[in-house]
Design a binder for this molecule. Structure first.
Ligand code: SF4
Length: 129
């Protein structure tokens, strides 16, 4: 967790909540932080979270034991703290899928204690391409 937010110079945050990609500026103000450049409340919430506790969805792949598909794609079923992504990627690097899973099957529960699961996003192991 971050104790102090440094905004000198002001921080520019590109909102990724929709394709508009608004550039939101965070500047110090007497009441704390002033945000400008956002077009909606979602963008403001995103910018506030980016300053305090940035979250991300992770999409990647894990190894399998199957020669016809040595890797299978996976993603988190929710957002995890951006600061945890390296730990989660390392944990997924130790996973080898040993059964023919399909879309939605859980590959790892509560990964790294995040409260988020890793789920399969491909039917590659059950349907030949
Ligand atoms: S601030 Fe609103 S309109 Fe702009 S990119 Fe974010 S979600 Fe889209």
């Amino acid at each position: 967790m971050r104790d102090t937010i440094h905004l000198d110079p002001p921080k520019e945050i590109v909102c990724i909540e929709c394709p508009n990609g608004c550039r939101i500026l965070a500047e110090p103000s007497e009441s704390g932080v002033r945000f400008s450049g956002y077009r909606c409340k979602r963008g403001l919430a995103y910018a506030e979270a980016e300053l305090t506790r940035p979250m991300r969805t992770l999409t990647t792949s894990v190894r399998t034991v199957f020669a016809d598909s040595p890797v299978v794609s996976v993603r988190t079923d929710g957002e995890i703290e951006k600061a945890m992504i390296r730990d989660v990627i390392d944990a997924l690097g130790r996973i080898v899928v040993t059964r023919r899973i399909r879309i939605g099957d859980v590959v790892a529960e509560n990964v790294c204690g995040s409260g988020v699961n890793i789920v399969c996003t491909s039917d590659r192991l059950v349907n030949a391409y």
